[in-house]
Design a protein around this ligand. Sequence first.
Ligand SMILES: [Ca+2]
Length: 135
Amino acid sequence: MRNIGLVATALVIGCFGFSQLSSVSAFGSYRSQLVTQFKLVDARVGCQYCHVDAGGGAPWNAFGQRVQNNLSGNIAKALYDSLADKADSDGDGYTDMLEVFAGSLPGNKDSAPLVAVKTLEVAFEKAGGLEQYKP
Ligand SMILES: [Ca+2]
């Protein structure tokens, strides 16, 4: 009897572990797409690019909410559409596309580019503008 209980417990833990792994993998693929599509430095991109907490999960920051609102099954399109909105999600004076280009966080008002908006806009357009982030 005791062995049956152990086997059942192992199965429950195994299934739970598997579902957690699947969940992590899905979010990991979103992160990979973000890093690749936005030409970011992989090691510098944490969960707080889109989430409020460093560990991810709910809640999402203003930029993460924008991506969620644009998500209809295709993360690459949702990421592009979020920049094409030309919004300043965190209200720090820089549009999300300029923040992505500069390497600051588009959903965190405490993270902003160190150069003036006009200077950054010129460099952004010279580098290819919004088209450089098209999937
Ligand atoms: Ca910001």
